[in-house]
Design a protein around this ligand. Structure first.
Ligand code: ZN
Length: 282
Protein backbone atom coordinates (compact mmCIF):
# COMPACT_ATOMS: atom_id res chain seq x y z
CA UNK A 1 0.00 0.00 0.00
CA UNK A 2 1.36 3.40 -0.90
CA UNK A 3 -0.31 6.58 0.24
CA UNK A 4 0.23 10.09 -0.99
CA UNK A 5 0.55 12.93 1.46
CA UNK A 6 -2.39 15.25 1.82
CA UNK A 7 -0.05 18.09 2.72
CA UNK A 8 -0.38 20.65 -0.10
CA UNK A 9 3.21 21.87 0.31
CA UNK A 10 4.69 18.46 -0.22
CA UNK A 11 2.30 16.84 -2.60
CA UNK A 12 3.90 17.93 -5.87
CA UNK A 13 7.54 17.19 -5.35
CA UNK A 14 7.67 14.83 -2.43
CA UNK A 15 5.09 12.12 -2.13
CA UNK A 16 5.01 10.47 1.28
CA UNK A 17 5.48 6.73 1.08
CA UNK A 18 4.09 4.60 3.79
CA UNK A 19 3.32 0.96 4.38
CA UNK A 20 1.56 -0.84 7.15
CA UNK A 21 1.43 -4.57 7.83
CA UNK A 22 0.20 -6.75 10.63
CA UNK A 23 2.18 -9.70 11.95
CA UNK A 24 0.55 -11.60 14.83
CA UNK A 25 -0.29 -8.95 17.45
CA UNK A 26 2.09 -6.36 15.93
CA UNK A 27 1.45 -3.58 13.47
CA UNK A 28 4.59 -2.60 11.57
CA UNK A 29 4.45 0.74 9.84
CA UNK A 30 6.88 3.11 8.22
CA UNK A 31 6.71 6.52 6.60
CA UNK A 32 9.33 7.98 4.35
CA UNK A 33 9.70 11.30 2.57
CA UNK A 34 11.77 14.37 1.77
CA UNK A 35 14.60 16.05 3.66
CA UNK A 36 14.03 18.82 6.15
CA UNK A 37 13.66 22.30 4.66
CA UNK A 38 16.49 24.67 5.50
CA UNK A 39 14.16 27.43 6.66
CA UNK A 40 10.70 27.96 8.10
CA UNK A 41 8.22 26.75 5.49
CA UNK A 42 5.62 29.24 6.76
CA UNK A 43 8.01 32.11 6.02
CA UNK A 44 8.64 32.83 9.68
CA UNK A 45 4.93 32.85 10.53
CA UNK A 46 5.26 29.92 12.95
CA UNK A 47 4.25 30.91 16.47
CA UNK A 48 6.91 29.32 18.67
CA UNK A 49 4.50 29.30 21.62
CA UNK A 50 2.05 27.10 19.78
CA UNK A 51 3.87 23.77 19.41
CA UNK A 52 1.02 22.03 17.65
CA UNK A 53 1.21 24.34 14.63
CA UNK A 54 4.93 24.53 13.96
CA UNK A 55 6.43 23.60 10.60
CA UNK A 56 9.00 20.79 10.71
CA UNK A 57 11.92 23.20 10.49
CA UNK A 58 10.69 25.16 13.52
CA UNK A 59 10.06 21.95 15.50
CA UNK A 60 13.67 20.90 14.92
CA UNK A 61 14.99 24.40 15.65
CA UNK A 62 13.16 24.40 18.96
CA UNK A 63 13.85 20.87 20.13
CA UNK A 64 17.37 20.16 18.91
CA UNK A 65 19.85 22.27 20.88
CA UNK A 66 22.43 22.52 18.08
CA UNK A 67 23.46 25.58 16.06
CA UNK A 68 23.45 23.38 12.96
CA UNK A 69 21.70 20.21 11.81
CA UNK A 70 23.13 17.43 9.64
CA UNK A 71 23.17 18.08 5.85
CA UNK A 72 20.25 15.74 5.44
CA UNK A 73 17.57 15.15 8.04
CA UNK A 74 14.55 13.08 7.02
CA UNK A 75 11.87 14.25 9.44
CA UNK A 76 9.17 11.98 8.01
CA UNK A 77 11.27 8.84 8.06
CA UNK A 78 9.72 7.01 10.96
CA UNK A 79 9.51 3.32 11.77
CA UNK A 80 6.87 2.23 14.24
CA UNK A 81 6.18 -1.24 15.62
CA UNK A 82 3.09 -1.33 17.77
CA UNK A 83 1.58 -4.14 19.79
CA UNK A 84 -2.20 -4.46 20.06
CA UNK A 85 -1.79 -3.63 23.79
CA UNK A 86 -0.48 -0.17 22.86
CA UNK A 87 3.24 -0.76 23.53
CA UNK A 88 5.26 0.77 20.73
CA UNK A 89 8.85 0.86 19.50
CA UNK A 90 9.39 4.00 17.48
CA UNK A 91 12.44 5.21 15.55
CA UNK A 92 12.56 8.81 14.38
CA UNK A 93 15.25 11.40 13.58
CA UNK A 94 14.01 14.06 15.99
CA UNK A 95 14.52 11.89 19.09
CA UNK A 96 17.90 10.72 17.72
CA UNK A 97 19.12 14.29 17.21
CA UNK A 98 17.82 15.51 20.56
CA UNK A 99 20.52 13.29 22.14
CA UNK A 100 23.42 14.93 20.27
CA UNK A 101 25.66 16.93 22.58
CA UNK A 102 25.69 20.71 22.30
CA UNK A 103 29.15 20.71 23.92
CA UNK A 104 32.44 20.81 21.96
CA UNK A 105 33.94 17.50 20.89
CA UNK A 106 37.69 17.60 21.60
CA UNK A 107 38.37 15.59 18.46
CA UNK A 108 40.15 18.45 16.72
CA UNK A 109 43.58 17.47 18.05
CA UNK A 110 43.26 13.92 16.74
CA UNK A 111 42.03 15.26 13.41
CA UNK A 112 44.82 17.81 13.15
CA UNK A 113 47.50 15.18 13.80
CA UNK A 114 46.10 12.60 11.42
CA UNK A 115 45.35 15.04 8.65
CA UNK A 116 48.79 16.61 8.90
CA UNK A 117 50.36 13.19 8.48
CA UNK A 118 48.13 12.33 5.57
CA UNK A 119 48.78 15.78 4.07
CA UNK A 120 45.06 16.38 3.91
CA UNK A 121 44.33 20.01 3.36
CA UNK A 122 44.50 21.69 6.74
CA UNK A 123 41.84 24.19 5.69
CA UNK A 124 39.26 21.54 6.56
CA UNK A 125 40.09 21.72 10.20
CA UNK A 126 39.02 25.31 10.62
CA UNK A 127 35.60 24.38 9.34
CA UNK A 128 35.39 21.45 11.74
CA UNK A 129 36.08 23.39 14.94
CA UNK A 130 32.64 24.07 16.27
CA UNK A 131 31.18 24.59 19.70
CA UNK A 132 29.01 21.46 19.51
CA UNK A 133 29.31 17.82 18.52
CA UNK A 134 29.70 18.22 14.74
CA UNK A 135 29.81 14.41 14.36
CA UNK A 136 26.17 14.27 15.51
CA UNK A 137 26.99 11.24 17.68
CA UNK A 138 23.87 9.84 19.26
CA UNK A 139 23.25 7.05 21.74
CA UNK A 140 19.64 6.84 20.58
CA UNK A 141 18.17 3.38 21.19
CA UNK A 142 14.71 4.07 19.82
CA UNK A 143 11.70 5.60 21.53
CA UNK A 144 9.46 3.50 23.79
CA UNK A 145 5.80 4.38 24.08
CA UNK A 146 3.30 2.62 26.32
CA UNK A 147 3.56 0.36 29.31
CA UNK A 148 7.00 -1.26 28.89
CA UNK A 149 9.04 -2.66 31.78
CA UNK A 150 12.76 -2.25 31.19
CA UNK A 151 15.36 -4.28 33.11
CA UNK A 152 18.96 -5.37 32.62
CA UNK A 153 19.33 -8.93 31.42
CA UNK A 154 21.82 -11.73 30.84
CA UNK A 155 19.81 -12.93 27.88
CA UNK A 156 21.41 -12.32 24.51
CA UNK A 157 20.10 -12.14 20.97
CA UNK A 158 21.07 -15.35 19.20
CA UNK A 159 22.78 -13.78 16.19
CA UNK A 160 23.76 -17.21 14.82
CA UNK A 161 20.10 -18.22 14.79
CA UNK A 162 19.34 -15.03 12.88
CA UNK A 163 21.88 -15.97 10.21
CA UNK A 164 19.94 -19.15 9.40
CA UNK A 165 18.06 -18.55 6.19
CA UNK A 166 14.34 -18.01 6.75
CA UNK A 167 11.64 -16.47 4.68
CA UNK A 168 11.51 -12.70 5.11
CA UNK A 169 7.93 -11.47 5.31
CA UNK A 170 8.91 -7.80 5.42
CA UNK A 171 12.10 -5.79 5.13
CA UNK A 172 12.72 -2.07 5.11
CA UNK A 173 15.48 0.38 5.85
CA UNK A 174 15.27 4.10 6.51
CA UNK A 175 17.89 6.81 6.84
CA UNK A 176 17.09 9.13 9.74
CA UNK A 177 19.89 11.63 9.10
CA UNK A 178 23.19 11.90 7.28
CA UNK A 179 26.09 14.36 7.14
CA UNK A 180 29.22 14.31 4.97
CA UNK A 181 31.40 16.26 7.43
CA UNK A 182 32.49 18.68 4.67
CA UNK A 183 33.74 15.72 2.60
CA UNK A 184 35.82 14.44 5.50
CA UNK A 185 33.88 11.23 5.99
CA UNK A 186 30.31 10.58 6.98
CA UNK A 187 27.90 10.35 9.87
CA UNK A 188 24.76 8.31 9.21
CA UNK A 189 21.94 7.21 11.42
CA UNK A 190 19.68 4.54 9.96
CA UNK A 191 17.26 1.83 10.97
CA UNK A 192 16.43 -1.51 9.36
CA UNK A 193 13.77 -4.04 10.18
CA UNK A 194 13.15 -7.56 9.04
CA UNK A 195 10.17 -9.65 9.96
CA UNK A 196 10.25 -13.43 9.72
CA UNK A 197 7.46 -15.94 10.39
CA UNK A 198 8.23 -16.23 14.11
CA UNK A 199 10.26 -13.15 14.99
CA UNK A 200 11.41 -9.66 14.08
CA UNK A 201 14.83 -8.04 14.22
CA UNK A 202 15.71 -4.35 14.13
CA UNK A 203 19.11 -2.72 13.75
CA UNK A 204 19.39 0.97 14.54
CA UNK A 205 22.88 2.19 13.68
CA UNK A 206 24.81 5.40 14.06
CA UNK A 207 27.98 5.16 11.95
CA UNK A 208 30.76 7.76 11.93
CA UNK A 209 33.86 7.74 9.78
CA UNK A 210 36.23 10.69 10.02
CA UNK A 211 38.68 10.05 7.19
CA UNK A 212 42.14 9.02 8.41
CA UNK A 213 41.06 9.62 12.00
CA UNK A 214 38.34 7.54 13.55
CA UNK A 215 35.46 5.08 13.24
CA UNK A 216 32.57 5.04 15.67
CA UNK A 217 29.58 2.67 15.54
CA UNK A 218 26.68 2.84 17.99
CA UNK A 219 24.36 -0.09 17.34
CA UNK A 220 21.04 -0.98 18.89
CA UNK A 221 19.75 -4.45 18.08
CA UNK A 222 16.22 -5.39 18.98
CA UNK A 223 14.88 -8.92 18.75
CA UNK A 224 11.46 -10.34 19.43
CA UNK A 225 10.19 -13.90 19.29
CA UNK A 226 6.41 -13.73 18.74
CA UNK A 227 5.89 -16.47 21.33
CA UNK A 228 7.24 -14.30 24.16
CA UNK A 229 6.07 -11.12 25.92
CA UNK A 230 9.39 -9.29 25.74
CA UNK A 231 11.97 -7.94 23.33
CA UNK A 232 15.72 -8.01 23.88
CA UNK A 233 17.52 -4.73 23.28
CA UNK A 234 21.30 -4.74 22.93
CA UNK A 235 23.26 -1.52 22.67
CA UNK A 236 26.96 -1.45 21.78
CA UNK A 237 29.28 1.48 21.22
CA UNK A 238 32.47 0.86 19.28
CA UNK A 239 35.25 3.30 18.58
CA UNK A 240 38.76 3.08 17.17
CA UNK A 241 41.42 5.23 15.58
CA UNK A 242 41.77 4.35 11.90
CA UNK A 243 45.56 3.98 12.26
CA UNK A 244 44.92 1.18 14.73
CA UNK A 245 42.22 -0.61 12.76
CA UNK A 246 44.14 -2.99 10.50
CA UNK A 247 41.78 -3.44 7.57
CA UNK A 248 41.95 -2.59 3.85
CA UNK A 249 40.63 0.89 3.18
CA UNK A 250 37.52 -0.31 1.32
CA UNK A 251 36.39 -2.04 4.52
CA UNK A 252 36.37 1.31 6.34
CA UNK A 253 33.41 2.48 4.30
CA UNK A 254 31.31 -0.60 5.12
CA UNK A 255 29.93 -0.42 8.68
CA UNK A 256 29.04 -4.12 8.89
CA UNK A 257 32.43 -5.24 7.60
CA UNK A 258 34.50 -2.90 9.75
CA UNK A 259 32.46 -3.31 12.94
CA UNK A 260 34.16 -6.51 14.24
CA UNK A 261 37.55 -4.75 13.96
CA UNK A 262 36.55 -1.71 16.01
CA UNK A 263 37.08 -1.92 19.81
CA UNK A 264 33.97 -2.23 21.95
CA UNK A 265 33.84 0.58 24.50
CA UNK A 266 30.37 0.25 25.96
CA UNK A 267 27.47 -2.19 25.98
CA UNK A 268 24.08 -2.51 27.58
CA UNK A 269 21.67 -5.47 27.47
CA UNK A 270 18.03 -5.00 28.34
CA UNK A 271 14.83 -6.96 28.42
CA UNK A 272 11.78 -4.88 27.55
CA UNK A 273 8.62 -6.62 28.69
CA UNK A 274 5.08 -5.74 27.75
CA UNK A 275 1.73 -6.83 29.16
CA UNK A 276 -0.22 -9.49 27.29
CA UNK A 277 -2.40 -8.14 24.51
CA UNK A 278 -5.92 -7.28 25.59
CA UNK A 279 -8.15 -10.31 25.38
CA UNK A 280 -5.31 -12.78 25.95
CA UNK A 281 -5.63 -14.90 29.03
CA UNK A 282 -2.66 -14.95 31.39
ZN1 ZN B 1 8.19 27.43 10.79
Amino acid sequence: MTETSKNPIDIQKFPLNSEEHTFKSWKVKYEQSHILHSKCSKEGECNLNDESNLCEFCVYSQKVPLPQLPDMVFPKNVLCIQNSNGCELNFNPLDALMLVSDKPMNLEIACAGAWKESRQESGYLGRMIKPFDWTFTTEYKGTLKGNWTVENTNERIDLEKLKVKKSILFYHDLTLFEDELHDNGCAVCSVKIRVMPNEFFILLRYFLRIDNVLIRINDTRIYHDFETNFVIREYTARQGMIQEIKVPSYVLTDPSAVSPHVPLIKSCFEKLSFPSASGDSL
